[in-house]
Design a protein around this ligand. Structure first.
Ligand code: FAD
Length: 329
């Protein structure tokens, strides 16, 4: 029998909590208030004790820290094993985690081990008769499914980043920290990450950014991305890209937005020289405000845009960048 409690996985990488972790924990708090449930947070890694203070304002009742050298780098085997044991011990009725790259890898494995019902990439969660109802996009965003969990199954949901607001309560008491004993990992992690190098640590991650300036084939060649980067810099934005330009080798795959790239939901998405193919829209149509710059007034991107500029991007971008710089001054 499950306890009336919610457990949320607070994702950290390289000793930094992800923005999506705060969003998931905040949503956990909101649901816990509606269900009259306790909110527990799971923090996994090596030396994660230093992060507990950052979670002071999220309103958690208990913070469970699984601290072990074998958890230094993420591994599906190690993390799913520890989380499954934690779930077994705490027996929550709800388990939430962010639908980040890590969350997408982790969620099905944990769900299988815990025999949980899993709704992935949720964009909305509500409570009805003490159980959750989730909304999640399907068919690359063409349809929205409403999902309920059957019977008493553990309700597990991964949350699309940048959709749920992160609420940090000022002056909130820090949660009680409970160390979770990590034992018996020996021989269980068969594929180990030894070291992580490079990976463009300087570039902003599109999934974490509030503002994204994304470029497509309309930019003509890789060198012209500097025009886009100039605007991105003024807006403190991340640079995104369509698959066409990633496939052409102009931009790293990390920047690709869409069905086979990343799903983003920033406050502002500026699409420059991107036609708006359905596979691109699948990754960005839930952005709060979409601005499109395209010389073709019939381009499909204008169907989802809140603001459109029909014009030559090589004329529009420098003017826009200059104007943003002027306004910032
Ligand atoms: P184009 O479609 O060539 O559009 C270029 C646009 O630039 C045009 O609208 C044109 O009017 C405009 N333009 C040209 N010159 C100028 C100028 N001077 N000023 C202003 N505008 C100008 N795509 C993704 O983006 N992400 C994905 O994850 C993805 N996954 C896919 C998965 C599958 C299975 C498949 C089949 C396709 C996928 N695609 C994806 C590819 C997708 O179908 C499109 O081919 C791609 O998005 C097109 O990229 P684009 O808009 O940059 O290029």
């Amino acid at each position: 029998m499950a306890n009336n409690s919610i457990l949320v996985f607070a994702e950290q990488r390289d000793g930094k909590l992800k923005k999506a972790a705060f969003e998931a924990v905040s949503e956990g708090r909101r649901l816990a208030d509606q269900l009259g449930a306790e909110l527990h947070v799971a923090l996994l890694g090596n030396g994660v004790d230093t992060l507990t203070g950052e979670l002071a304002g999220v309103g958690a009742d208990q913070l469970h820290t699984a601290d072990h050298p074998d958890l230094q780098f993420y591994s599906a085997e190690g993390y799913s094993l520890v989380l499954a044991r934690m779930i077994d011990q705490l027996s929550p009725s709800v388990f939430l985690l962010p639908a980040t790259a890590m969350g997408k890898d982790l969620a099905p494995r944990v769900a299988a081990v815990c025999n949980a019902g899993l709704a992935t990439d949720c964009i909305d969660l509500t409570v009805e008769d003490g159980r959750l109802i989730a909304k999640r996009p399907m068919y690359a965003g063409k349809a929205i499914a409403t999902v309920r969990w059957a019977g008493e199954t553990l309700q597990m949901a991964s949350l699309r980043p940048n959709v749920f607001p992160a609420e940090i309560r000022d002056g909130a008491a820090p949660p009680a920290t409970v160390p979770f004993a990590v034992e018996g990992l020996e021989g269980k992690i068969r594929a180990r990450v030894k070291e992580v190098t490079g990976g463009g640590g300087e570039t902003k991650d599109v999934t974490e950014a509030d503002v994204i300036v994304a470029g497509g084939r309309g930019l003509k060649e890789a060198a012209n991305f500097s025009l886009l980067e100039a605007l991105a810099e003024k807006l403190d934005a991340a640079v995104g890209a369509s698959r066409a330009v990633v496939d052409s080798g102009w931009v790293d795959h990390q920047a690709q937005v869409g069905q086979t790239g990343k799903t983003v939901s920033p406050q502002l998405y500026i699409a420059v020289g991107i036609s708006g193919a359905i596979q691109h829209l699948a990754g960005m149509s839930s952005s709060k405000c979409i601005v499109a710059i395209n010389k073709d007034s019939e381009a499909p991107i204008f169907k989802v845009a809140d603001y459109g500029i029909v014009g030559d991007l090589f004329e529009v971008l420098p003017v826009l960048t200059e104007e943003v710089a002027r306004l910032k001054e």
